[in-house]
Design a protein around this ligand. Structure first.
Ligand code: ATP
Length: 497
């Protein structure tokens, strides 16, 4: 076989679910030493394709060839035996076990009487960590690792079977910019060793920083395979959505009224944060910027009654607010969209329509036909507003793609209402085509007089949407910027104070 023969070929794969053709005649291949990115809108078919390559699902028709030979990937163990491995997006580590135990879980080297040979296990874990140039103590309990370190353990777990094809499913979804760079360096290193890497991500900047080729899926079809060096984000987005994308930056105009929606004065919580003060007017979006450990998430949680404060004052409108629980915070006018939305607020076996209706029950107290029609009408409005891809209102939420589940959570959360919305990373896991719609939905909230406090993991996004930004560093407010003064340099300077 020539050096450039594909490690893996996917030919004319088709996979349908009731009411949806998830993959229609998809073909693509992976060469040794290449990163082949797979991109597409939410529901385009990426996860379905990955699960077929990883042996989690069988295709209805089509063929998979590994080193030129047709293979039947009946389950993930068969895929592993063919040296194909997947790095999970969701970290599935056991927190009580050590790094080495997690890496070799289920594949521990055995010594006498079939017992685990612990010395060999630690040696093997050290060898794998060394192979990707990571200095992590294999004896550390996994529970105390950072997200980035946990991700590394996940990668090592996939490397145990010495794969030739390694699949990454949105590996950077919960990482900050520095951690992303570290992960990309590890992936480049694996590529240099000749592995073929399949890389799925919604973050196009990262796809262009890493990929050799990019295959775009749209509505279950592979609509283009492009050499990254000869393409651009705009071209890829056009293939993904079939039109020019809407700009992310929202023209906010003269937003905000004079009326203060939320006033926070000298707020403090233990050693986490201190002397935090700001105001948000009705109709305004205030962003909080800061590096990891700046405690902006803790401020959000304190406002939502999920973390006790011991000093300072919070006022919603002209009322003092002392929420001691999220339930009380909701009653006092707060809405909270946490970054960790997995399963959050969705009853997965229930239908899409009923999931949205759950939050709106109080609006439909009168029984009757009209109620159903009105309920369905509002549900469709929510679904369209965020371009959620659903087959029908009666489709079970569990059958939606990951990104579409996220959009459904956001739709529910907007439907629930409130005066002050606390929002963390609303576009995480959401495709580029739908991001502007989410920003527009938030913009629309403020036009109705709501106030929004916002955190995003990408600073550019925060600058695109916020009216003002405060910067936090080590639990204190270190900067305050009006929209015309926004600059990455200025904000970054305050973030390291
Ligand atoms: N088990 C299932 N039953 C019914 N429909 C399904 C099932 N799994 C996936 N689908 C449908 O197949 C289509 C493709 O979904 P898939 O999860 O592959 O999309 P994706 O590109 O990974 O999206 P995302 O970016 O949101 O993760 C979607 O319309 C989805 O609703």
């Amino acid at each position: 076989m020539s050096e450039h023969a594909p490690l893996l070929e996917v030919r004319a794969i088709r996979k349908a679910f009731p009411g949806v053709v998830a993959l229609a005649d998809v073909s693509f291949d992976i060469l040794p030493g290449e990163v082949h990115a797979l991109v597409g809108e939410n529901g385009a078919g990426k996860s379905t394709l990955l699960s077929i390559i990883n042996g989690l699902q069988l295709p209805d028709s089509g063929e998979i060839r590994r080193d030129g030979q047709a293979v039947m990937l009946r389950n993930p163990s068969v895929a592993r035996a063919h040296r194909i491995a997947l790095v999970h997006q969701e970290l599935v580590l056991c927190p009580n076990l050590t790094v080495a135990e997690n890496i070799l879980l289920g594949q521990e080297p055995k010594g006498r009487f079939g017992r685990t040979d612990r010395k060999a296990m630690y040696q093997e874990a050290r060898r794998i960590l060394g192979a990707i140039h990571v200095d992590l103590d294999p004896a550390r309990p996994t529970g105390e690792l950072s997200l980035n370190e946990q991700q590394i353990v996940e990668i090592c777990r996939a490397l145990v079977s010495d794969p030739k094809v390694l699949i990454f499913d949105e590996p950077t979804a919960s990482l900050n910019d520095d951690q992303v760079q570290h992960l990309l360096a590890i992936i480049r290193n694996l590529k240099a060793k000749g592995l073929g890497i399949v890389y799925v991500s919604h973050r196009l900047a990262e796809v262009f920083a890493l990929a050799d080729r990019i295959t775009v899926l749209r509505d279950g079809r592979a609509v283009a395979t492009l050499p990254a060096a000869e393409s651009s984000e705009a071209v890829v987005i056009r293939h993904m959505v079939g039109r020019d994308p809407a700009p992310n930056r929202i023209e906010r105009g003269t937003s905000g009224t004079a009326e203060v929606a939320l006033a926070v004065r000298s707020l403090g919580a233990g050693k986490l944060f201190d002397d935090v003060s700001f105001e948000i007017r009705k109709g305004e979006i205030l962003g909080i910027a800061g590096l990891l450990g700046c405690q902006r998430e803790a401020v959000m949680r304190a406002l939502f009654g999920a973390l006790p404060v011991d000093r300072g004052e919070i006022r919603v409108g002209d009322r003092p607010c002392r929420a001691r629980s999220p339930r009380q915070a909701i009653v006092q006018g707060f809405g909270f969209l946490p970054a960790d939305r997995k399963g959050e607020g969705l009853v997965l076996p229930m239908s899409v329509g009923d999931n949205i209706a759950l939050t709106m029950l109080w609006r439909f107290s009168a029984l009757g036909f009209l109620r159903r029609r009105k309920k369905d009408g509002l549900a469709w409005e929510m679904i369209r507003m965020l371009s959620t891809k659903v087959a029908s209102l009666s489709q079970a939420a569990r059958e939606l793609s990951g990104g579409n589940q996220q959009k459904l959570v956001i739709a529910k959360w907007i439907a629930r209402g409130g005066e002050v919305f606390l929002v963390e990373d609303p576009t995480r896991g959401v495709d580029v085509g739908a991001k502007p719609q989410i920003w527009r939905a938030i913009d629309e909230l403020t036009r109705q007089g709501k106030a929004v406090l916002l955190i995003t993991s990408e600073l550019q996004e925060l600058m695109d949407i916020s009216d003002r930004i405060i910067v936090m560093s080590r639990g204190r407010v270190t900067g305050h910027f009006e929209r015309p003064e926004f600059s990455v340099e200025g904000i970054a300077r305050c973030a390291v104070m």
